[in-house]
Design a protein around this ligand. Sequence first.
Ligand code: SAM
Length: 284
Amino acid sequence: MKNLSDINVIRSVMAKHGVTFNKGLGQNFLVDPEVCPSMAEYAGLDENTCVIEVGPGVGVLTAELAKCAGKVLSFELDERLLPVLDETLKDFDNVEIINQDIMKADLAKLIEEKCKGMKIAVCANLPYYITSPIIMMFLESKLPIDSITVMVQKEAADRLCAEVGSRDGGAVTVAVNYYAESEILFFVPKDSFLPPPKVDSSVIKLTLRDKPPVEVKNEEFFFKVVKAAFSQRRKTAENSISAGLGIPKANVKVALEQAGLPATVRAEKMTMEDFANLAEILEK
Ligand code: SAM
């Protein structure tokens, strides 16, 4: 099997098929030979796991996943890479490349058809231009996903895995925490990629919860309150929520009081319970 983290191998297989890097699709391919085996190991795969990958590139992580999992469903948007992947992954009979935008895939149907009875995990070196939409799509999908082990931009990792109620936290932190336990696994410097991107990366793992850490009656409204609260980070939650949801300031003030929060509180100081209480009071 070819060494897919070797720069010369990547260049030559791409040249052979007339493929050049497409920056717009986030095509920075891993060339550090230790990263992909580690990601596959942290993903906790076994024979009974069907792993979903987003963006195989030339297949460097795909090959490691195929060694550890029962099945790999890998979504690649760039059709130019299909003949490359046919060549680089020809030794594996448990990999299926699906030439589709992951955001448009009918995952429930595909899982039912191709991974019936198997555990489901996600593992990928994500295209950074759509990191949060992809992660949120998996978290909100209600699919039976056990965990999401992904490489993201370092700053995104810090935000996604921050503690709710800390300075690094944002609306996406609350959303991730609602669905999953999160951890940053390891740092990956920019020179681990071809071509090197402008930013460093981290690999994170989100382990999906059986149930959310707080009871929320109306999830849609809860997330609207969270988004509004963080929409103007320099302002108080009272001002941001009032502006974001079009609720009179006086009403938000009373709701904050009833939730036991100071009138000057900022979203980044609020806990999951605070958001859940406040949303319930505001909805009433
Ligand atoms: N897994 C390879 C690696 O680690 O070297 C490539 C990762 S590269 C950061 C991201 C890959 O995602 C590219 O191959 C790109 O073409 C693909 N991609 C970008 N947007 C996509 C989308 N919406 N759906 C599926 N694949 C996508």
